[in-house]
Design a protein. Structure first.
Length: 359
């Protein structure tokens, strides 16, 4: 009876997130990206954390008043995944077809996108930021539903590691939304177009694949992971968080005020007279120390589930390795074209791509 509603659940949630993103109050922030054929910086209406909290509260109330079970998204996860998949394909076509081709191949345009920056509702909804918000919020609902299923199945015999991994991914999501403005200065915003890769990636991959560590373990009994080992896993996670958040914050503050120190780092730079590159602090350790942080966080999360020999949870950090290492190669080529000899100087000063003293 609930199969059809299960299919439409992610579609309805996506629509609600869009409406809330458009109507809830938020901050207008000037980003790093410049409008095409203009010197004007794009402005963004940011209210992600408010939208997130409203959706989570609504979901909790639906379960509390027994309108739907708390583990609804787990029970009908395959139907929800099918609905998200369908929405991802249709929306990808919707953001591609109205715009002129930028490549010879339609499939290439479909995958990577045609429109660089797409804003709706008089700029109150930025397509990229809405997609990230949608993916993060839907991921959290899945995490809550899967965790509820574990408790409803095992009760007092539940695994502390399952709830700890759920808490860490929740921290990861909330941290992103609190520092939403910082991500206006990241690779995705200025280097990618709005296409299938981004649309389907956020609606389906982000929302469902990122929860694979719970999807594959919540039906398993408590592995009795020692508390001291869980503490090490948490330390791995927060080491990663320090690297990723620290690097992104240092770059953000440097872009906003190049003279202002970040933490104990006074900015050290190199310049060719028109471009300036940061070469100390996190960005002096490696050219993408934040990528190493993302991998550490994913590793800490899946280890907490307590099944290190199970292959499915490892797909989450493995995806980060494949994505971020390939992104680093692309970014290195892009920066070489943009900065020329200055980039070669930077590479000599900071020879490590991601892992200091190793790679």
């Amino acid at each position: 009876m609930h199969k059809i509603p299960g299919f439409f659940t992610p579609i309805l949630i996506s629509g609600l997130i869009f409406i809330l993103n458009a109507i809830l109050p938020g901050r207008w922030v000037t980003g790093y990206v410049t409008r095409k054929n203009s010197d004007e910086k794009i402005k963004y209406h940011l209210n992600g954390i408010y939208v997130f909290l409203v959706i989570v509260i609504i979901w909790f109330l639906l379960g509390f008043f027994e309108i739907i079970p708390f583990d609804y998204l787990y029970i009908y996860r395959w139907y929800g995944l099918a609905g998200a998949f369908t929405l991802g394909v249709l929306l990808s076509l919707a953001v591609i077809l109205p715009y002129s081709p930028v490549r010879k191949s339609f499939l290439a345009d479909l995958f990577t996108g045609r429109k660089e920056n797409l804003q709706l509702c008089r700029g109150r909804v930025d397509m990229k930021m809405w997609l990230y918000l949608l993916g993060a919020t839907m991921l959290e609902l899945n995490v809550l539903s899967y965790s509820a299923h574990h408790w409803m199945t095992f009760g007092d015999q539940s695994s502390a590691g399952i709830f700890l991994s759920a808490a860490l991914i929740t921290y990861f999501i909330i941290d992103y939304l609190i520092f939403e403005e910082v991500h206006l200065y990241t690779y995705d915003l200025f280097a990618e177009r709005v296409g299938f890769k981004l649309v389907w990636g956020c609606i389906v991959f982000y929302s469902y694949f990122y929860s694979i560590f719970l999807w594959s373990t919540v039906d398993l009994p408590d592995p009795k992971t020692p508390a001291w080992l869980l503490a090490i896993y948490v330390l791995i996670f927060f080491t990663g968080w320090l690297l990723a958040r620290g690097a992104n914050m240092q770059k953000y503050f440097f872009k906003r005020n190049p003279q202002k120190p970040f933490l104990w780092f006074k900015p050290e730079t190199i310049t060719d007279g028109s471009n300036v590159l940061l070469v100390n602090g996190f960005w002096g350790a490696s050219r993408h120390i934040n990528y190493l942080g993302e991998i550490f966080m994913a590793t800490g999360i899946i280890l907490c589930t307590g099944y290190p020999a199970l292959i499915w949870p490892w797909l989450y950090p493995l995806y980060y390795i494949l994505l971020l290492f390939s992104r680093q190669w692309d970014d290195d080529k892009r920066c070489a074209l943009k900065y020329g000899e200055l980039w070669e100087t930077y590479r000599k000063k900071v020879p490590w791509r991601i892992i200091p003293y190793i790679y």
